[in-house]
Design a protein around this ligand. Structure first.
Ligand SMILES: [Zn+2]
Length: 153
């Protein structure tokens, strides 16, 4: 079953598609997306969020800047964590959406620069870019998490 919500977010709205969530988990997911809506970049017009196989992680994310959407898969173990951990996980995934155009552009530039060259060097550089993007997302998550989990001072 799919449910679609229009979620307001800092001057724009994105469509949130929730797929295959049990009703009580769907409510939890919607509340989290509403809490973190301001993190969703304006270019992202839709988030397709599936309940399902998240490859052993609490959640996975794939942003598609060209088509202005992102896909997030939330696994069952996500819901076994407490509220603060769920906020941290979804914040992390949404920050991947924020950083995706930068990392994708860097990977594409390397691919163009190394066209016709042996694959090894390009793969190593793309892996470095992926690692740097992950580090950036982790640092941004740590910086922003208190905004969503600690009471206002
Ligand atoms: Zn990550």
């Amino acid at each position: 079953m799919t449910t679609i919500y229009a979620v307001p977010a800092n001057g724009h709205t994105f469509d949130l598609y929730l797929y295959d969530f049990a009703p009580e988990l769907q409510r939890v997911a919607l509340d989290l997306f509403e809490l973190l809506a301001g993190v969703v970049p304006a270019w992202c017009r839709a988030i397709h969020c599936h309940f399902g196989d998240s490859e052993g992680a609490d959640a996975t994310c794939q942003a598609d800047y060209d088509y202005r959407n992102a896909t997030i898969v939330i696994g069952a173990k996500f819901f076994r964590h407490d509220e603060a951990d769920r906020v941290e996980t979804l914040l992390h995934e949404l920050l991947h959406v924020q950083c995706a155009p930068m990392a994708d552009t860097a990977r594409d530039a390397i691919k163009s620069l190394l066209a016709g060259q042996p694959e090894g060097a390009g793969a190593a550089i793309r892996a470095t870019i992926t690692g740097a993007a992950e580090q950036t997302v982790c640092d941004l998550t740590a910086a922003l998490l208190p905004t969503y989990t600690e009471p206002a001072r």
